[in-house]
Design a protein around this ligand. Sequence first.
Ligand code: C2E
Ligand code: CA
Ligand code: CA
Ligand code: CA
Length: 277
Amino acid sequence: LLPLGVAGAAFGVFGVWWLSRRRMTLRSELTSAVRRGEFSMQYQPIIELDTGICVGAESLVRWSRPDGTSVRPDLFIPVAEETGLINALTDHVIDQVIQDMRELLVRDRSAHIAINLSAGDVGSGRALKVLSAKLQGTGIHPQQIWLEATERGFIDIQGARTSLAAARRAGHCVAIDDFGVGYSSLQYLQTLPLDALKIDKSFIEAIGTHSATSPVTSHIIDMAKTLGLFTVAEGVETSAQLAYLQARQVEFGQGWLFSKPLPAEEFIRYHEQRLKQ
Ligand code: C2E
Ligand code: CA
Ligand code: CA
Ligand code: CA
């Protein structure tokens, strides 16, 4: 047994070393990527479930390296958060969304685009000040920019409360993202000024599977309704899930059943098509 234990420990140490090395590489690559602007945005249509109309999109950042490979946001966003690079990245996201979607948003006042904000972005209030400054003179109404505040790693709940309240006063719609996945969901729900709740795709996946998560999904929907929040279901992949969400009067949904995230131009075409239906 002893040699096995030693081998295991050695392997464990190696694993930790390898992971931290990989993170360090990612971190230095990310720094130059921010400088060189290797990021672009994709837009995933958000559908009003009882009409099928496309009401807007969630903007999702994409990192394409010069060698043509790409890195998934759930890998690099946490590193950006840890290193403070998230500030520059969020500014870039805001610029890009305005550049890509300005024309559409000015032409169609009912359309909106959701922007993801990290815990630090929300807690410090910095990103929201940057956003309102950048929106000045664009003709885009604050009502057309929805904000998705993740509950992953929230630090400064008082700061978040203050800045989200200001964002709502300015006209933005504020949604709590990744609800139920983090540690303090219920506390955030109780403390933060919110308009909407995004039901994480792990809860949508559970619909109709007889798993123990499924009743939780139902309770999340009930809770949102009790609190007067509207709901957006994420990761809708099957028509059975759609039928369930429609029956439960979940207002909006997004997912592969409707569309994958699209480059700006393709989303604009998709949006126009869906309006004619
Ligand atoms: P999220 O905010 O929960 O975004 C939803 C994720 O689900 C996206 O992954 C989206 O592509 C994926 N998705 C959408 N529909 C489906 C579906 O039907 N099935 C499945 N399996 N997946 C679906 P993505 O684009 O890889 O983003 C991952 C996470 O990275 C996001 O999760 C968000 O937390 C973060 N992120 C993405 N863009 C940004 C950004 O611009 N700023 C910040 N701060 N975070 C971002
Ligand atoms: Ca989101
Ligand atoms: Ca989400
Ligand atoms: Ca999620």
